[in-house]
Design a protein around this ligand. Structure first.
Ligand code: SF4
Length: 551
């Protein structure tokens, strides 16, 4: 490492790359494994050393705020995890039609293996669907470089550009060599109003432009240094296409492959780091071979696409034919197997007989008391159903609580409770966190109130976004009560409780009463997250120590 190099997570390398590209603003919604991108930028902003960076109510508002900054001529970054793009899909897809002014980059982190997510969807499909370029780094240095280039590309093609990473890269560190920063763009505006107002007539023209520019994107991708081809010596009976971290695992096994095939006799290989797919390069690579092995992290995106590109007679091998696992992450061992190499000798391990340790709510977590009180209130009632949402409290679906019966995506608990109640369930409870309520739960409550549906909604208000590392909830606790009343829940059926063990009997009684109410009830269970309390104590201790040092 050189003296100017910095050791960064790939998340942080994206953030630094954006700053050095002349970033004007950054927005996002926290979600593992993307959170550290904006954390890095917010820390810079708070120290007065970086542009505006802020968490937003949800991924859609984050994307739209970045879009507004781009409209104003500034380079803007928006960050989220893969499932967050489902929420931001509307502005993302439509922003491909406007004439992007200041570079607009979406940095998105996918989670193959579902370490902290409810699915492992692959964001490359979204980039293809919207018709925009996507860059996919395989190292921290590439994360830095590609983010810088993404802003240039965005302004060159007047399109948003996606930078996609996956969990292992997002959360691993390596040295990054930064380059000279670029200045921020001045404030500006697109001169062509019609290119930003997507009325049908304008939308048709803009969509025509998006379709026509695809050829230019393909030409750029074909020439991109991010899509390098390594010539092969023809000894192998296959050629290789790698994508994302698949490249690293392939390279990790090259020594053994070379030992098997003979020195310098490795298969030809294309690495895809820039999309749209460089189809001509793939066709050239495939000429004269009988089989292509595709090693890519995520869904079989490249693998499916090249089946339509190659002449018949070339077999495509990868996740669809079982050469690699269809779900979960790649690793050096499963890639090795797909390369036809024998397993590496493993040291025999005799693990001690440890008990299983499934994830659990923290000991003393306030959510545990809320679940127990609702479970008590539902005891003996007929026709009961409990929904929950995304957050720490999702763990209440596991033993010892096992209370929620359905949990699907951000904000769904209230709307699902409404649907179940209207389908005929009589005693329906929906759990949702304070932050998730503000993210996308409120609209479900609007539906419940507008149709006077008999549901009891429990807002678990712990004053923090606990699951993603303790970000501040967007609005103070007291406002949540005002919002609930403002939406129109009858004041007699809005209650704030203290979910503490000492209040267990009283809370269960209140839940029982509200569940019996044949309209909308909202119970706000308010007690601070234990991690938030710890963080406050630490920060107070740091402040005291700092004051002492100044004396
Ligand atoms: S971090 Fe906070 S909210 Fe999450 S389980 Fe622990 S105490 Fe509960």
């Amino acid at each position: 490492m050189g003296s100017d190099d910095v050791v960064l997570l790939a998340d942080e390398a994206i953030a630094l790359g954006a700053v050095h590209a002349g970033l004007g603003a950054a927005y996002g919604y926290p979600g593992t494994p993307s959170t550290e991108i904006l954390e890095y930028l917010i820390a810079l902003y708070e120290k007065g050393r970086g542009p505006r960076a802020a968490w937003c109510a949800n991924e859609k508002t984050a994307y739209e705020e970045a879009l507004g900054a781009s409209f104003a001529g500034k380079r803007a970054l928006v960050t989220m995890k893969h499932v967050g793009l489902n929420v931001a899909a509307d502005p993302f897809v439509n922003s491909a039609l406007v004439a992007i002014k200041g570079g607009l980059v979406l940095a998105i982190a996918d989670d193959p293996g579902m370490h902290s997510s409810q699915d492992e969807q692959d964001s490359r499909f979204y980039a293809q669907f919207a018709g925009v370029p996507c860059l996919e780094p395989t190292s921290q240095q590439e994360a830095y470089e590609m983010t810088r280039e993404a802003f240039d590309l965005s302004e060159r093609f007047q399109l948003p550009v996606m930078v996609r990473i996956t969990t292992r890269l997002a959360h691993s560190r390596s040295g990054v060599k930064p380059r000279e920063p670029r200045a921020e763009n001045p404030l500006g505006k697109c001169a062509d109003k019609a290119a930003w107002t997507l009325l049908p007539a304008n939308g048709r023209r803009r969509y025509d432009r998006l379709c026509k520019i695809q050829g230019e994107l393909e030409a750029w991708s074909a020439a991109s240094a991010w899509n390098p081809v390594a010539a092969g010596a023809g000894a192998a009976d296959f050629v290789v296409v790698t994508g994302g971290l698949g490249r690293n695992y392939y390279e990790e096994n090259l020594g053994d492959l070379e030992a098997r095939l003979g020195k310098g006799k490795l298969p030809a290989r294309l690495h895809v780091g820039a999309y749209p797919l460089p189809e001509a390069k793939i066709r050239e690579l495939a000429a004269g071979t009988k089989r292509i092995l595709v090693i890519e992290e995520g869904s079989p995106f490249i693998e499916r696409a090249i089946r339509g590109v190659l002449p018949s007679g070339v077999a495509v091998s990868g996740k669809l034919d079982g050469a690699l696992p269809r779900i979960g992450e790649l690793n050096p061992d499963n890639v090795r197997q797909a390369m036809g190499l024998p397993p590496r000798p493993a040291a025999p391990l005799a693990p001690p007989p440890l008990p299983g340790r499934p994830p659990q709510l923290c000991q003393g977590c306030p959510h545990a008391d809320s679940y127990q009180a609702v479970a008590k209130a539902l005891e003996g009632l007929p026709s009961t159903l409990v929904t929950a949402d995304i957050g720490c409290y999702a763990l209440g679906a596991l033993p010892p609580f096992s209370v929620p019966e359905a949990l699907v995506c951000m904000g769904a608990s209230i709307s699902m409770a409404v649907g179940a109640a209207e389908a005929g369930y009589e005693n329906v409870v929906g759990f949702i966190g304070d932050s998730t309520f503000l993210h996308s739960g409120m609209t479900g409550l609007v539906d419940a109130v507008s149709r006077e549906v008999a549901v009891t909604i429990v807002i678990l208000d712990n004053s923090i976004v606990a699951m993603t590392g303790g970000q501040k909830t967007m609005l103070p606790s007291a406002r949540i009560e005002e919002i609930v009343r403002g939406i129109g829940v009858e004041p007699a059926h809005v209650a704030v409780i203290d979910p503490s063990p000492s209040q267990a009997a009283r809370n269960a009684e209140l839940f029982r009463r509200e569940i019996a109410h044949r309209g909308v009830s909202v119970v706000i269970a308010r007690r601070e997250c234990l991690e938030a309390i710890k963080a406050k104590k630490k920060s107070a201790a740091r402040e005291t120590a700092a004051k002492g040092a100044c004396k």
